[in-house]
Design a protein around this ligand. Structure first.
Ligand SMILES: [Zn+2]
Length: 217
């Protein structure tokens, strides 16, 4: 089974997520936005963290990446993000300064990912969906396997889509029309029962957002 553990971190209540393959005892960490000790406390001792997956490099999503790499003392840990996300990453010192948000330091992406790529945690394969609009180089990660606590396909949607809302588009690189198109063309085509794990707030489903999200109804 794939166990999804959601850990809201920092004042921004950003959802860091551990995805744990219970049989291979491998895990990935999506968007460690800070409070790294709080995140690592949720990682069982017999589970190995193999990768960090980034939806986009706004500071509230990646401020803890450097700390995680230090904490696990695994220089070989993969860090996965879209190539166009580099522009956000280069801005992190500025984001930190403007938002007075602590930043644990620079990190490198070891494995750039683009639309259609497949990334894995143990036996679970997630397809990379390119979902820009909230941020350049924003991606979502989709797993059609339903062997998880929701008994449904999963989409880790970052700040593209929220329960009853969508990501803000007033930050550098934001584009409202592009975000609407990303959601319509990349997310709303997923099976309706797909559980959407957003970067902030509660989970939702594709079906629920298609029916009730005010930006689309
Ligand atoms: Zn963001």
């Amino acid at each position: 089974m794939l166990n999804v553990i959601t850990i809201p971190v920092t004042l921004y209540e950003q959802n860091a997520r551990l995805l744990i393959d219970e049989s291979s005892k491998q895990a990935v960490l999506v968007d460690p936005g800070g409070d790294v000790p709080k995140i690592m406390a949720k990682l069982p001792e017999d589970v190995t963290l193999t990768a960090i997956w980034i939806t986009h490099s706004h500071i509230d999503h990646v401020s803890g990446v450097g700390d995680v790499i230090e904490h696990v003392s695994l220089p070989s840990i993969e860090v996965i993000a879209h190539p166009e996300d580099t522009i956000n990453r280069d801005n992190l010192p500025l984001q930190s300064q403007m938002l007075k948000f602590p930043y644990s330091g620079e990190f490198s992406v070891t494995q750039p990912c683009v639309a259609g790529d497949v990334v894995s945690v143990g036996q679970y394969r997630f397809k990379v969906l390119h979902t820009p609009g909230h941020a350049i180089g924003h991606v979502s990660y989709y797993c059609e396997n339903t062997d998880n606590q929701y008994n449904a396909p999963l989409c880790i949607a970052g700040d593209a889509l929220f329960k009853g809302s969508i990501g803000r588009t007033d930050l550098p690189g934001g584009n409202h029309q592009q975000l609407l198109a990303s959601i319509r063309d990349e997310l709303f085509v997923l099976p309706p029962e797909t559980v959407v794990c957003s970067g902030h707030g509660p989970n939702t489903t594709i079906d629920s957002e298609k029916k009730y999200n005010p930006f689309f109804s």
